[in-house]
Design a protein around this ligand. Structure first.
Ligand code: ARG
Length: 470
């Protein structure tokens, strides 16, 4: 490929380009800009080009648009084929094609993220009482459940799904008819091509329409958020599958072995997922930088942005799919999770809270007393607590409402968790409710994707029908 060529990246927009050509030509005929005979000859030429595929095009042209038009002229002659590009420029054409191909990518990615969230919540549903350590600073902090932890990830991915939807809505608008940037003196009908191509609306200002790639930036930025979330999941799967944690075992199909150490099972897929985040973040910075300070309207710089978009689409989609598969097939080790929860005095917060609730002393003072126990490494019995409270506040907690029973309850991890039933907390009752909410949201999100697809399909049926009629 030569320096000015975009042929390689244009593979992604070959099908879209033919759709755009068809809708444009039908509209030109309806507006009496070209005649019916030329219209139908062009349409059948386009069908043949579609059937032959992009590999039949002459790649010595600088892009798919020119190569396709040249091929059309070869098939139907210049007097007919040379009319297709009336009232249009490659500037509005390429922007329209990218949007059509991208909306498909967004819908496919939405499906993957949807699947990932449903797999996460199905697994969570089996682990409402699976106790595990919760961490801050990667240090044992407070006990939680695997359900609560998986639901944290699910919520993050749900927001990613929502962002993809927003990106979709802004992508699905038509720049077609903007021509080079100043629109055209032909009496075209922009609304008709919107309808035939399944867009939601036109992009009003014709200079804006060809100049902007903000829809690309917004899409890649939603991928970047998604990848950051995926990389955090990947990182935890890597940690949890290490022998230090031993919380999960990844399926063989998502692991590799070492070429030298026969005993090893490496979490390569999760590691690659973690690394591919860099590919997407890089794509985002590339496109932002390419678009930054570009004078209006179209500049060839914009061509250089598109390959980053396609790379980002492919990467995000494969990573979301891998994540779903890894979560679906991994084994969990409840025993190891429970054992790890016994370490690190993780019920210390609950003990301090219990002291506050039973004795009425301020939380900071209770924190101080429990902190002293943690430092001493002693087992927190009522007499140990009394000794410390005598030192610190000169009174015994046992004489102020604290019982041995309350202490034992505070130190029970499951009891701890069950008490945390405020909205969003890890109590099984609460995680069960959270799953119900997420299921509902998934249903709505799935419906939205279905409606988007329905609209596109209906437009494509309509376009096919008018093309056949011609
Ligand atoms: N291949 C070009 C791109 O991707 C198409 C538009 C070319 N327009 C032009 N005025 N040279 O941006």
């Amino acid at each position: 490929m030569f320096f000015t060529s975009s042929m390689e990246a244009d593979r992604k927009i070959f099908d879209a380009d033919i759709e755009v050509d068809k809708a444009h030509v039908v509209m030109l005929k309806e507006q009496d800009i070209i005649n019916a005979a030329d219209c139908s000859a062009i349409l059948s030429g386009l069908d043949k080009i579609k059937k032959d595929g992009i590999s039949a095009l002459d790649t010595s042209y600088e892009d798919v648009h020119i190569a396709l038009e040249a091929r059309l002229i070869e098939i139907v002659g210049e007097d007919t084929g040379g009319r297709m590009h009336s009232a249009r420029s490659r500037n509005d054409e390429v922007a329209t094609c990218i949007r059509i191909a991208l909306r498909e990518e967004l819908l496919n990615l939405m499906d993957e993220v949807h699947d990932l969230v449903s797999t996460l919540i199905e697994l969570a549903a089996k682990h409402h009482e699976t106790i595990m350590p919760g961490y801050t600073h990667t240090q044992h902090a407070q006990p939680t459940t695997l359900a609560h932890h998986l639901l944290a990830h699910s919520n993050a991915f749900l927001r990613d799904l929502e962002r993809l939807k927003r990106a979709y809505e802004r992508t699905n608008q038509s720049p077609l008819g903007a021509a080079a940037f100043a629109s055209t003196g032909f009496q075209i009908n922009r609304k008709r091509t919107v309808e035939l191509l399944g867009f939601d609306s036109i992009i009003e200002n014709s200079m804006d329409a060809v100049s902007t790639r903000d829809f690309m930036i917004e899409s890649i930025s939603s991928f970047a958020n998604l990848m950051t979330d995926l990389s955090r999941l990947a990182e935890e799967l890597i940690l949890w599958s290490s022998s230090e944690f031993g919380f999960i075992e990844l399926d063989d199909s998502y692991s590799s072995t070492s070429s030298i150490m026969p005993q090893k099972k490496n979490p390569d897929i999760a590691e690659l997922m973690r690394a591919k985040t860099g590919t997407i973040h890089g794509a985002l910075v590339s496109v932002l930088t390419i678009c930054k300070a570009l004078p209006y309207s179209y500049n060839r710089d914009l061509q250089e942005a598109t390959p980053h978009l396609w790379r980002a689409c492919d990467t995000a989609r494969s990573c979301a799919r891998m994540a779903e598969g890894m979560v679906r097939t991994m084994k969990t080790d409840k025993e190891n999770m429970r054992n790890a929860s016994g370490k690190g005095f993780m019920c210390a917060t609950e003990l301090a809270d219990t002291i506050v609730r039973n004795t009425g002393i301020p939380f900071r003072t209770a924190h101080h007393i429990v902190g002293s126990i943690a430092k001493s490494g002693k087992i927190p019995t009522i007499s140990v607590l009394d000794d410390l409270s005598m030192d610190i506040i000169h009174k015994k907690l046992s004489e102020n409402g604290l019982s041995e029973k309350a202490i034992v309850e505070a130190l029970d991890p499951l009891g701890n968790i069950k008490r945390r039933r405020v909205p969003g907390g890890p109590a099984p009752k609460e995680t069960k409710r959270q799953i119900k909410v997420i299921r509902k949201e998934l249903l709505i999100a799935g419906n939205d994707v279905g409606l988007f697809r329905k609209k596109i399909n209906a437009a494509s049926v309509k376009l096919d029908k008018v093309c056949k009629h011609d």
